[in-house]
Ligand binder design. Structure first.
Ligand SMILES: [Zn+2]
Length: 246
């Protein structure tokens, strides 16, 4: 069961386009995994600094860095940020190599990112960068400060903006992490009423709804990568397996 594999992981990496995306796609799961002894890292590719109605991006960026740091502390996760420009997230190989380097450094068994079917170009870019980053991270011929590493599992989190074709294939019990998630997201002005979208209502209800189907209090849904992508990227190779499976 995927849930057992997730909670057996020592290292989990969540890649979000904007600070706050990782929190909604995998915040409750992260808090629950940390309680079970995992190290979880949120990589925010941009801070999402264009999203304030009256603060200029440079000022809102500072605010979001502080909010993201406080949220990470409440969840017990580590935080990395690339500081790329919100709205202009690139999809080039150089940026994917930087994601690859983080993957090699942290050696996650599980990587979670956006589903590619999103209205938001940065979310589509984040999905692309993460998949390409995993590809580069596993190539021994790509030199970096860290040896090649291939995660065992890539999952796509549920995000209201990424609903085009998203299928909730796996439901993971995150009941243990829900309260920490709620406290964490309230660190963000975005969750306290800045946006016209009722984030906390939406995601609290969504996790409860998924929990009803999982027969737990709260659950998060994830989509899986295609069989060909998993096979081609060498995912699903067991840690004790011989070779990369490539
Ligand atoms: Zn976003």
């Amino acid at each position: 069961m995927i849930e057992d594999r997730i909670y057996a992981a020592k290292s989990i990496l969540v890649v979000g386009a904007h600070a706050f995306d990782a929190e909604v796609m995998a915040g409750p799961l992260a808090a629950a995994a940390v309680k079970r002894g995992a190290t979880v890292t949120f990589l925010h590719l941009t801070m999402g600094e264009q999203g304030h109605p009256y603060l200029v991006p440079a000022h809102y960026c500072v605010q979001k860095e502080e909010e993201a740091g406080s949220a990470a502390e409440r969840l017990g996760v580590a935080m990395r940020s690339f500081g790329l420009r919100d709205g202009f997230l690139p999809t080039d190989d150089q940026t994917a190599l930087e994601v690859a380097d983080i993957i090699r450094e942290l050696k996650p068994e599980i990587v979670i990112t956006h589903w590619h079917g999103s209205w938001h170009k940065d979310h589509r870019a984040a999905a692309h960068l993460t998949k390409t980053g995993i590809f580069f991270a596993g190539l021994p011929t790509v030199a970096s400060d860290h040896p090649a590493h291939t995660p065992q599992l890539l999952l796509f989190g549920e995000n209201w903006e990424d609903d085009d074709g998203f299928r909730p294939e796996h439901l993971v019990d995150v009941s243990d992490g829900f309260e920490a998630w709620r406290d964490a997201v309230m660190e963000y002005e975005l969750a306290r009423g800045l946006s016209s979208f009722p984030y906390v209502d939406y995601y609290s209800s969504l996790y409860r709804l998924r929990g009803c189907l999982r027969a737990t209090r709260h659950a998060q849904a994830f989509a899986a990568a295609s069989h060909s992508w998993n096979a081609g990227s060498g995912l699903f190779s067991l840690p004790f397996g011989k070779g990369s499976g490539r």
